[in-house]
Design a protein around this ligand. Structure first.
Ligand SMILES: NC(=O)C1=CN([C@@H]2O[C@H](COP(=O)(O)OP(=O)(O)OC[C@H]3O[C@@H](n4cnc5c(N)ncnc54)[C@H](OP(=O)(O)O)[C@@H]3O)[C@@H](O)[C@H]2O)C=CC1
Ligand SMILES: Cc1cn([C@H]2C[C@H](O)[C@@H](COP(=O)(O)OP(=O)(O)O[C@H]3O[C@@H](C)C(=O)[C@@H](O)[C@H]3O)O2)c(=O)[nH]c1=O
Ligand SMILES: [Mg+2]
Length: 299
């Protein structure tokens, strides 16, 4: 099976390249050849890669910056995603669209299910919701996978930000009143391969298509995640870092983020047979790998 993924250096892209199982070829297509902001580049680039399944993992992901360039975020995450799905439809292959917990406003008092009402509070969330709708309108042969709080050994993410801060700070203030589901990009990659296989092997199976929540098991505040990161780092010889629990109001940002963005991932398990590992073990493993890579580089 040949899987073409959009983007080249993104966390999920790199995880897909690293985790490709035997018999699966992953082709990563990024700018300038495939530019989601340049709709004219998309269909030809995808067709040229002769995919069996297309994964749209590229996106405008700078949540705060999106507040000052909402049109660009919308073009990439909304229209761009739609164009990718139209290309998939014309090639007759399924498309897997990555989406986000930030499509919800966070006011619900339980984990979100796929059919709960969406109401994004940020430009990023609105643009990703537009992408979901554009994909669904373009082809029934899609799986929209909403994930959350993605970290990995690659690129820019919360785990790497915390480890960096810990080099210079003995204490870090982290919001404790936003709760969600931290998710490893490596686990996302394994899940995407399973979903891709299911879509390809069961072309007419409607229950495999539609929206699915796909995040690490369990739940955490950003402060919980930070504590897990620093505890693991300390066990590996890093200086201790204290996490000061703060409120969202004490950490002002341009974008509004959901207070509750926990995702109920039951549907993915029921239909695709996929459950992601618990966030604590996965986050600790990411810290171990990052610190080991650092030690290796230094020696
Ligand atoms: N990060 C997170 O916490 C979460 C992410 N998601 C979603 O998961 C998916 C993967 O996210 P993640 O791997 O973290 O993303 P990253 O921020 O790590 O990477 C973004 C990727 O998008 C590419 N990209 C950005 N703009 C364009 C463009 N105009 N044309 C082509 N490619 C572009 C980048 O390209 P280049 O390689 O050239 O830089 C990069 O490969 C996205 O759809 C995101 O919305 C969902 C929930 C949480
Ligand atoms: C760096 C830092 C952040 N924070 C807070 C800000 C924010 O509420 C929270 C996380 O900050 P980040 O900027 O890493 O998170 P953010 O960019 O909002 O992460 C989101 O990215 C997009 C792409 C998604 O789709 C979401 O699922 C989610 O992962 O932690 C602190 O409280 N203290 C700190 O020192
Ligand atoms: Mg961010």
């Amino acid at each position: 099976m040949r899987i073409t993924v959009t983007g080249q250096t993104g966390q999920v892209v790199r995880a897909l390249l690293e985790r490709a199982p035997a018999g699966v070829d992953v082709i990563a297509l990024g700018r300038p050849v495939l530019d989601l902001a340049q709709p004219g580049t998309i269909a030809a680039a995808l067709a040229g890669s002769r995919p069996d399944v297309i994964v749209n993992a590229a996106a405008y992901t700078a949540v705060d910056q999106a507040e000052s360039e909402p049109d660009l975020a919308m073009r990439i995450n909304g229209a761009g995603a739609g164009e990718v799905a139209r290309a998939a439809a014309s090639l007759g292959v399924p498309v897997i669209q990555l989406s986000t917990d930030y499509v919800f406003d966070g006011r619900l008092d339980r984990p979100y299910r796929e059919d709960d009402p969406v109401a994004p509070g940020s430009a990023y969330g609105a643009s990703k919701l537009a992408g979901e709708r554009a994909v669904a309108a373009a082809t029934p042969d899609h799986a929209i996978l909403r994930t959350a709080w993605v970290y990995s050994p690659f690129g820019k993410n919360f785990v790497r930000t915390m480890l960096k801060l810990g080099e210079t700070h003995g204490e870090v203030g982290v919001v404790a009143d936003q709760i969600g589901c931290p998710t490893s990009a490596l686990d996302i990659a394994d899940a995407v391969f399973a979903v891709a296989r299911n879509l390809r092997e069961q072309p007419e199976q409607a229950s495999l298509r539609g929206i699915f929540h796909m995040a690490g098991q369990g739940e955490a505040s950003w402060a919980d995640l930070a504590e897990t990161i620093f505890t693991e780092a300390e066990a590996l010889g890093r200086r201790p870092v204290r996490v000061r629990h703060i409120a969202t109001a004490d950490y002002p940002t341009p974008a509004r983020r959901p207070g509750n963005s926990r995702l109920d991932c039951t549907k993915l398990g029921d239909h695709h047979g996929v459950t992601l590992p618990d966030w604590r073990q996965a986050a600790a493993a990411c810290v171990r790998r990052l610190l080991a890579e650092e030690t290796e580089k230094a020696s």
